[in-house]
Design a protein around this ligand. Structure first.
Ligand code: PLP
Length: 444
């Protein structure tokens, strides 16, 4: 491997990419990998989609950049319209950014500006959940609940209140699923009251969890109750759909599954689908009017809304419709979940398989009854990914319990995935689980 002037996050190195197409990526030595996690849940429509590439090439021939304070551009206008056509009534104003952290920061800052503009100056606290991941910039870290990524930086930002994420699958009580969902929603109500409702600006949540919880889905009862509680206290609901949005769960927004209308939405990842750095804040029209009437949104990023990125985003949304990829995400999500459940029958150390559509994960434990995690020192979250990588399957993992222990693996192939390809993914997982069991002396 050549020496590098690139400063990676750690000393770990990976092979160099040669090309990518569909759900596959080839390295320079010609090895083919299945992109079983769409990168970091990004390449939702697969790699090298000809329609997207053609749209980008056509845009390159006219203009790659025109600064948004100097020119309007058609791709940005058309993409905003395409988003508004896919979002709930009134949630139709779009502010472009270049990634997920920027989208989340935009939501938080916009919410605060709206509060100031609407006579709610006392409101500034953004309650979020633990564990959660909302991005790596300081504002996004303040609402993130994942110790290894936040702790060192805590002195640099104002810590925001956290309530437990609805990890019902770990609870050993006698409640029904429905009541457990309500129990976790009531924690929001309690926290708003404890903080002083007049100080609380917003509640931010991932409707289907991402990297920090491994595709955590709350019971159905949770979502509507959270919306009611926010309404009761005039608290804004921010849905962080950076990972779950743009169709991955089988609906354009994951919150659509529960017919919950957020006030603000953060979108990125699968929305640019790896073709261009792209993200967006989607905002309620009346809130935008309030902020613009008060003098404008004091926020923005230089590359935002550039015509090349927006032409890619528009083509991505069109491809999702043309190929009916949300329906495929639902159907293939079911096939994948059935495959993971089959693996659970064979490997007692898989504690849980969960998700929605193709935002899917499974978690390894030492005891399925108690859900006690595997010994931390095994670093299963890293080791198992390597076993899969050795077998040319890419998966994405994190520590489940607040980043401290626990091991989950996101299996999130592009939404174009077919049944034979899912079967191949499940078969490689099977082989890797066998190898893992042998290596750590686990029964199966
Ligand atoms: N929010 C969620 C739910 C995410 O999953 C991520 C990234 O993983 C982010 C925000 C941050 O996005 P980015 O890495 O593009 O800044």
């Amino acid at each position: 491997m050549r020496t590098s002037n690139l400063f990676y996050q750690s000393r770990a190195r990976r092979p160099e990419v040669e090309r990518a197409e569909g759900i596959y990526i080839w390295d320079k030595s010609g090895q083919r990998f299945i992109d079983g996690s769409s990168g970091a849940m990004v390449s939702n429509i697969g790699h090298s989609n000809p329609q997207v590439l053609a749209a980008m090439k056509a845009q390159m021939d006219s203009a790659t950049f025109a600064y948004r304070l100097h020119f309007e551009n058609a791709p940005a206008e058309n993409l905003a319209t395409a988003i508004a056509e896919r979002t709930p009534e009134g949630l139709n104003k779009v502010f472009f950014v270049s990634g997920g952290s920027e989208a989340v920061e935009s939501c938080v800052k916009f919410a605060r500006q709206w509060a100031v503009a609407s006579g709610n100056d006392s409101r500034w606290k953004v309650i979020s959940r633990f564990p959660s991941y909302h991005g790596s910039t300081l504002g996004a870290l303040a609402i993130t609940g994942y110790g290894p990524l936040t702790d060192a930086f805590a002195p640099l930002y104002k810590e925001m209140p956290k309530i437990p994420a609805p990890t019902c699958y770990l609870d050993r009580d006698n409640l029904s699923d429905h009541d457990r969902g309500l129990k976790y929603a009531e924690m929001l109500r309690d926290e708003i009251i404890a903080q002083g409702p007049e100080t609380v600006l917003a509640f931010a949540m991932e409707p289907v969890g991402g990297a920090s919880t491994g595709a955590l889905v709350a019971p159905d009862s949770y979502y509507g109750r959270v919306r009611e509680i926010c309404d009761e206290f005039g608290v804004l609901l921010i849905m962080d759909e950076v990972m779950s949005g743009a169709g991955r769960t089988g609906a354009f927004l994951a919150s659509d599954h529960w017919a919950v209308r957020p006030d603000l939405v953060a979108l990125s990842k699968g929305f640019g689908a790896g073709y261009a750095p792209l993200g967006a804040m989607i905002a309620d029209e009346a809130m935008v009017d309030t902020v613009l009437n008060a003098g404008g949104f004091a926020h923005g990023h230089t590359y935002a809304g550039n015509p090349l990125a927006c032409s890619a985003g528009l083509a991505v949304l069109q491809e999702i419709d043309r190929l009916d990829l949300m329906a495929n995400a639902r159907a293939m999500g079911d096939v994948l979940m059935a495959g993971l459940e089959g693996l659970m029958d064979r490997y007692a150390f898989i504690g849980d398989a969960r998700g929605k559509g193709l935002l899917t994960a499974f978690e390894l434990v030492s005891d399925r009854e108690t859900m006690a995690p595997l010994p931390k020192t095994w670093n299963a979250y890293e080791r198992f990914v390597e076993l899969c990588y050795d077998r040319n399957l890419i998966t994405y993992s994190r520590r489940t319990r607040g980043g401290v222990e626990g091991d989950h693996f996101l299996v999130c192939p592009p939404m174009i995935v077919t049944k034979p390809q899912i079967d191949e993914i499940v078969s490689i997982l099977d082989d890797s689980l066998s190898a893992f069991a042998r290596e750590f002396g686990l029964e199966h």
